[in-house]
Design a protein around this ligand. Sequence first.
Ligand SMILES: NC(=O)c1ccc[n+]([C@@H]2O[C@H](COP(=O)([O-])OP(=O)(O)OC[C@H]3O[C@@H](n4cnc5c(N)ncnc54)[C@H](OP(=O)(O)O)[C@@H]3O)[C@@H](O)[C@H]2O)c1
Length: 279
Amino acid sequence: MNILITGANGQLGTEMRNLSVEHPSHQYFFTDVAELDITSREAVRDFVQTHAIDLIVNCAAYTNVDRAEEDEPTALTINADAVRNLGQACPKIIHVSTDYVFSGDEHCPCRESDPVAPRTAYGRTKLAGEQALLEVCPEAIIFRTAWLYSPYGNNFVKTMLRLGREKECLSVVFDQIGTPTYAQDLARAIYAAIECDTWHAGIYHYTNEGVCSWFDFTVAILRAAGITTPVLPILSEAYAYKTPRPHYSVLDKSKVKATFGIAIPYWTDSLNRCLEQLL
Ligand SMILES: NC(=O)c1ccc[n+]([C@@H]2O[C@H](COP(=O)([O-])OP(=O)(O)OC[C@H]3O[C@@H](n4cnc5c(N)ncnc54)[C@H](OP(=O)(O)O)[C@@H]3O)[C@@H](O)[C@H]2O)c1
């Protein structure tokens, strides 16, 4: 197959590129905004036709949650209008969405069929992207993920390593609960969907296994890195967030495991694998 990977310089895109060597039977086209701006319908259509693309994996997105609050129209163009462009150009597409489509008020893991109610501009634009894609491309596969990190780009793990070295003490919220996701593991799940004998259209939840707060995540990061800076647990109300954050956004992964027959690594095991590469 000829596979187009958009947003290829981002965290997930880079992991898709790294793992492509394990799937050599395909021809890959890795593009980021400089090579293919997905907001241009004509550019997307021309690229797909010229390179006879059979499948798109969309790793491109407007991911800055705080900035999206100030400039929702731009976020909507990239997270929704551009996703429609991709779906119109190629009916076989794997797209990535977020736990932010949920309100964050839940108390048990969210299933794919649970009601959505985004509370942020980012969440609204990502939900609009899911809906726009399914409208033009009902056979699409959508992976919703959360708390993504990797050795690449900006993410929580890298920020905490830096702050842990710079500061005398860190204060981190312990009343926001979710699950970290190593982008490499998500990329493996995406390849499992690509290599599956049958195309299983639909929405899937994917994070690593387990549950933690941002405080627990930080403690695990610093311990694994041998950084002894103390970490204090604080409540969200003590932290000046620009954008409301979900209190509980654990995703139920039963469907993705049953459909693609994959085992999902526990979050601390994956964190340690990422840190081995980072440190
Ligand atoms: N990061 C998280 O914690 C998280 C959580 C849940 C879900 N997700 C979702 O997971 C997916 C992958 O996230 P990620 O963290 O890998 O994102 P990322 O690192 O921010 O990468 C996104 C890439 O898309 C590029 N891009 C932006 N606008 C584009 C355009 N118009 N045309 C082509 N490329 C464009 C970005 O370029 P620039 O850097 O130049 O803008 C960047 O290289 C996204 O769909 C995201 O919404 C992420």
